[in-house]
Design a protein around this ligand. Structure first.
Ligand SMILES: Cc1cc2nc3c(=O)[nH]c(=O)nc-3n(C[C@H](O)[C@H](O)[C@H](O)COP(=O)(O)OP(=O)(O)OC[C@H]3O[C@@H](n4cnc5c(N)ncnc54)[C@H](O)[C@@H]3O)c2cc1C
Length: 389
């Protein structure tokens, strides 16, 4: 690996693995210059930041974003990548028609991470990963939430706060309690004491009970489940009879198909400052070990919205072009570090929100629609679902 790319003659075939925020951005930037093969195990993109889709049945269609029009020249394959051969420069995948191996000149790994929250459905077999099963998944979550009257949300990051806010907004009579081990809300987003206090006050104003610094000891084998059975854990005294516990505590990188020598201790893909894994192989988005909060805004492209920030996909598109033309590679500079505090925008249902390090106006915008129209348009869909009432 180095910062000077070598000149190549016909680097035409790019494989992009992963069809979410990072992968969609990379494909859209490379499509006009390369023969792109795009592999994604789902039939569409799941706009997983759209937490409302898990709570309100009418919102399901706004979270399932068709990706068929993003590529204009190459092919999108519904497949599950099972191996990469870095030496032979090939990728092996299971498809609905059996196993295939395809060659690349450049490879972009954008396989992200699986959130333990219900927003990231996982299917046992590729053939079960259909539009119907995705809809069924979201439908059954919203039904479980509707039928519960005392809900506990585990995890005080943005996902937990938004989940609690959405449930309380839709079901004001439900008792909703957020419990987090941390002393602060949105700790990993560097909210700090003042930011955490602001978020807590906004949540309490909505009628949500917030318990900080309290460990709910979840047995190891249940930690990646989206729902934890109340009788399997000890809920702090005074919470009454809890009938639903939603796990919003974390995620694990989707990197099992990658040789361990390319992964760090937490199983994220090791990249250098150019987001390069090894030679013509790059990794972008949540699957990487870049030291910054894992966000959709940094994983993709500044072309998505507001021209900010320069994302992983922007840098990798530039670096593949640089390798093609023998120019210097461009380093990635994280937009958000502890010093440059990420903007935290938290909808608490459609009519309430809270912002930290950002104007409240942006949080209100996100609360309106979770930016789903922007995602549909970015994925070149002519039809954008109407805003549900
Ligand atoms: C509920 C929730 C709310 C969020 N809200 C925000 C927010 O408001 N703002 C923000 O900036 N960030 C938010 N985030 C974080 C944001 O969603 C992530 O940073 C973003 O999803 C990262 O995008 P990605 O493309 O790298 O990975 P992912 O979104 O994780 O996508 C990876 C894709 O790769 C596919 N894949 C995985 N393995 C394979 C394989 N072997 N073969 C083929 N395909 C594979 C998966 O199916 C998936 O489609 C939120 C996250 C969650 C869970």
């Amino acid at each position: 690996m180095g910062n000077k790319g070598s000149k190549q003659t016909s680097p035409k075939k790019v494989i992009v693995i992963g069809g979410s925020y990072a992968g969609t951005a990379a494909v859209s930037l490379l499509d006009s210059h390369f023969e792109v093969t795009w592999v994604e195990r789902r039939p569409c993109m799941v706009h997983k930041m759209n937490v409302r889709a898990a709570v309100q049945h009418e919102w399901i269609d706004t979270a399932l974003v068709p990706s068929d029009s993003v590529l204009t020249r190459g092919a999108r394959i519904q497949g599950d990548v099972t191996a990469i051969d870095f030496g032979l420069k090939s990728v092996t995948l299971d498809t609905l028609d059996g196993s295939k191996t395809i060659a690349y000149d450049y490879l972009i790994i954008a396989t992200g991470s699986r959130s333990f929250s219900p927003l990231d459905p996982k299917f046992d077999k590729l053939s079960n990963s259909t539009m119907d099963s995705l809809k069924h998944h979201f439908d059954s979550i919203s039904k479980s939430i509707a039928g519960a009257s005392n809900v506990v949300v585990l995890g005080g990051g943005p996902v937990g706060c938004e989940m609690a806010g959405e449930i309380k907004a839709k079901y004001p009579d439900h008792k909703v309690t957020l419990i987090t081990r941390s002393k602060f809300l949105c700790d990993q987003m560097h909210a700090g004491q003042a930011g955490s206090d602001k978020i807590k006050a906004a949540m309490e104003k909505c009628g949500i009970k917030v318990i900080l610094g309290s460990s709910v000891n979840v047995p190891a084998d249940l930690r990646s489940e989206s729902f934890i059975e109340p009788n399997k854990v000890l809920i702090p005294d005074g919470e009454g009879s809890v009938d639903l516990i939603i796990n919003c505590t974390g995620s694990e990188p989707n990197t099992r198909f990658i040789d361990a020598k390319f992964l760090n201790d937490s199983k994220h893909v090791k990249v250098n400052e150019y987001l390069q894994v090894d030679g013509p192989v790059f990794a972008i988005g949540d699957c990487t070990d870049v030291k910054e909060p894992k966000l959709f805004v940094t994983s993709g492209t500044k072309k998505f919205m507001f021209s900010f920030p320069t994302g992983h996909a922007d840098i990798v598109a530039k670096n593949i072009e640089a390798m093609e033309t023998g120019k210097n590679l461009v380093p990635y500079k994280p937009a958000f570090t502890e010093k440059s505090k990420p903007k935290i925008l938290l909808p608490l249902g459609p009519r309430a929100s809270v912002a930290v390090n950002a104007p409240g106006f942006f949080a209100n915008m996100k609360a309106k629609d979770y930016f789903y129209p922007a995602q549909f348009k970015f994925s070149k869909n002519k039809q954008v679902p109407k805003l549900p009432k």
